[in-house]
Design a protein around this ligand. Structure first.
Ligand SMILES: *Cc1c(COP(=O)(O)O)cnc(C)c1O
Length: 396
């Protein structure tokens, strides 16, 4: 189906219900299916193995990535776990050193225990990946834009290094979404998503997805999906599907607002440094412009004054809610060192450039002028000398 993104988002995998003609596929809220004959091969036998609501979402997400296969999971972490199930003791994984805290945790606290080795490198320079390759390297794991510092890895270069080494290149495409970037087209073998974020987009469900074009990988990953059983329920599939229909519209707005917010931050005296790939002085701006359609809806920055300033910022943050997660309609902010990246040891965190004053914004879909007004108020309060007074002023 050679149609444009928004058309695929709305129609791929979404055949009208054959019995009623309902234009929205029903939610098949069932665990099992009546079978017509003994020893037959029914299309569906048990919902861990297959469910029409999940199938519809899997076909849809595959189409969004212009891919052949997608598998859906109960969370982004279970999608990541599904890919790691490909590994066996003695295998080696190279991962970028700025990545989702939960991914770092499952690598170092769970799979390392099972005899799998991990090396973390600054993947923004492909030479660092090449230098870390060993004979037993099985996966090169990339996240771009990365969380929370929005570093950009050249996917083509990373995938080429992996291919030469006979390893798989896996890209966590959660921040970019398939609307902004399609890693399989750039040479990656597997894409993972936390559909909890932009794909669902409404902060009301957890989900994950794994996408590939390889028949062989799909067979293995599908076997692990059924064997482990971390599958999403039909209602959750429906909600994610419903969110995807407006993904393009939402992403355009997220990107436009984030661009304005990033620009404003660069000139605010409370801000030491802004991390946003859309800024011309971002170190990998050119790669981002080349491999992405736009720069995304996440902006991070270092607040002057460290944790104390972050606490003052919190007291004055207005419509910006202090919360984990990202990619929904509501604007959220978080403090990665104490929240999303609390699982990363303090010394590793600092070494990787996550300072104590780091704030990550997930720019939502509210009016951008309202967002800017509250943000500037909170920034003013963050470095004001009289905390109490400025917080009160903001509250009235
Ligand atoms: C949130 C997130 C995950 C984990 O997804 P969950 O749905 O929370 O399990 C993985 N990778 C990235 C980049 C994320 O932002």
């Amino acid at each position: 189906m050679a149609t444009a993104f928004s058309t695929r988002a709305i129609h791929a995998g979404q055949e009208h219900d054959p019995t009623s003609g309902a234009i929205i596929p029903p939610i098949y809220q069932t665990s099992t299916y009546g079978q017509h004959e003994v020893g037959g091969s029914p299309a569906y036998c048990y919902s861990r193995t297959g469910n029409p609501s999940r199938d519809a979402l899997e076909r849809n997400i595959a189409a969004l990535e212009d891919a052949v296969y997608a598998l859906c999971f109960s969370s982004g972490m279970s999608a990541i776990n599904n890919v790691l199930n490909l590994l066996r003791a003695g295998d080696h994984v190279i991962a970028c050193n700025d990545l989702y805290g939960g991914a770092y945790r499952i690598f170092t606290k769970l799979y390392a225990k099972l005899g799998i080795e991990f090396t973390f490198v600054d993947a923004t320079d492909a030479a660092n990946i090449t230098a870390a390759i060993r004979p037993n390297t099985r996966i090169v794991w990339l996240e771009t834009p990365s969380n929370p510092l929005l570093r950009i890895t050249d996917i083509r270069a990373g995938a080429a290094v992996a291919r030469r080494a006979g390893a798989l290149c896996v890209v966590d495409n959660t921040f970019a979404t398939p609307y902004l970037q399609n890693p399989l087209q750039l040479g990656a073998d597997i894409v993972v998503h936390s559909t909890t974020k932009y794909l669902n987009g409404h902060s009301d469900v957890l989900g994950g997805a794994v996408v590939t074009n390889s028949d062989e990988l799909y067979e293995d990953l599908r076997f692990y999906q059924n064997t482990v059983g971390a599958v999403p329920g039909p209602q959750d599939c429906f909600l994610i599907q419903r969110g995807i229909k407006t993904l393009e519209l939402r992403m355009k707005r997220h990107c436009d607002s984030a661009r304005r917010i990033a620009k404003t931050l660069t000139s605010h005296p409370s801000v030491e440094r802004v991390y946003f790939p859309g800024l011309a002085d971002h170190p990998q701006h050119a790669i981002a412009a080349d491999q992405m359609n736009d720069f995304g809806g996440i902006v991070s920055f270092d607040l002057r004054g460290g944790l104390d300033a972050v606490k003052k910022f919190a007291a004055a943050s207005g419509i910006w809610t202090l919360a984990e997660s990202l990619g929904g309609v509501c604007s959220l902010w978080c403090h990665p060192p104490t929240m999303t990246h609390a699982a990363v040891e303090p010394e590793v965190r600092r070494k990787n450039g996550l300072g104590d004053g780091l704030i990550r914004l997930s720019v939502g879909l509210e009016d951008v002028d309202d967002l800017l007004t509250d943000l500037v108020k909170a920034l003013d309060a963050a470095t004001s000398v009289d905390t109490k007074k400025s917080a009160e002023e903001v509250l009235v």
